[in-house]
Design a protein around this ligand. Structure first.
Ligand code: FPP
Length: 244
């Protein structure tokens, strides 16, 4: 498919695993398993389309309040994923990155996340960021704390703090802002995900649950994006570097 405009960075809220499983008469955790099985296809579709960055909402800070068995299953799923897929990520030239309150994660997973990031850091292909124990409000709060500390130390003038300074203290400081935010399962909310970064992102919501989100569904989202007119608050469309 040839598209007029390709987003440089696509953020994805992978929702609806539980509902998908329920509809098949399966336990919720089977939905998460099926959701993890979608990752490869979506990464490949993104790379093929020319997307440079994808950021996936895998586990929110609020998700720790889910039943213990479900949380344990999700941690095990991630652990297995890192054990079995790291070689493939390396082979596919993917850069693996994790953001969020990673110190909340079990220590053996923290070690595996660091290893995956280190071993893929010199890759040059798709830059894949997973958000774990992530809360956008906390991320912004932490950035405020860091800037306040610098101000107290006399290293910055509070009056001179810019949007760029705030952005440079977010977990995503190395990434461009998302151009497109995709949410599966039909929910019309952003659920504390990248609140600062998605200020001008185009939103795309599909009724498909995450386990049903195929490469074709990803391409449909890109096709919808390519028809959007991004004005960034102006009256005329503005072509960003990503869109040019
Ligand atoms: C939301 O669906 C999904 C999650 C909380 C987990 C997302 C995780 C994955 C897709 C697997 C990721 C795997 C790895 C290895 C990183 P939900 O359970 O809230 O669905 P529901 O709203 O239908 O109940």
């Amino acid at each position: 498919m040839s598209l007029e405009k390709i987003p440089q960075h696509v953020a994805l809220i992978m929702d609806g695993n539980g509902r998908w499983a329920g509809r098949q008469g399966l336990a919720r955790i089977r939905g998460h398993q099926a959701g993890a099985d979608r990752l490869e296809d979506v990464m490949r579709a993104a790379e093929k389309a020319g997307v440079k960055y994808i950021t996936l909402y895998a586990f929110s800070k609020e998700n720790w309040h889910r039943p213990k068995d479900e949380v344990q299953f999700l941690m095990q799923l991630l652990s297995n994923y890192l054990d079995h897929k790291l070689a493939e990520l390396k082979k596919n030239n993917i850069v693996f990155n994790a953001i969020g309150c990673l110190t909340d994660m079990p220590s053996e997973i923290q070690a595996k996340l660091s290893r995956a990031a280190e071993e893929t850091a010199s890759n040059t292909g798709l830059f894949v960021t997973f958000a774990f124990s992530y809360s956008s409000r906390l991320e912004i709060t932490e950035a405020c704390r860091a800037l306040a500390r610098l101000a107290v130390q006399g290293k910055i003038d509070p009056e001179m703090i810019s949007e760029k300074d705030v952005a440079s203290h977010l977990y995503t400081s190395a990434l461009p802002d998302p151009d497109l935010l995709i949410r599966t399962s039909g929910e019309m909310r952003v659920s504390n995900f990248l609140l600062w970064q998605i200020s001008y992102a185009e939103l795309y919501v599909t009724e498909k649950c995450w386990p049903e989100f195929t490469a074709e569904e990803f391409q449909k989202a890109l096709a919808a994006y390519s028809l959007r007119e991004r004005r960034f608050g102006r009256t005329e469309p503005l072509n960003t570097g990503a869109d040019a």
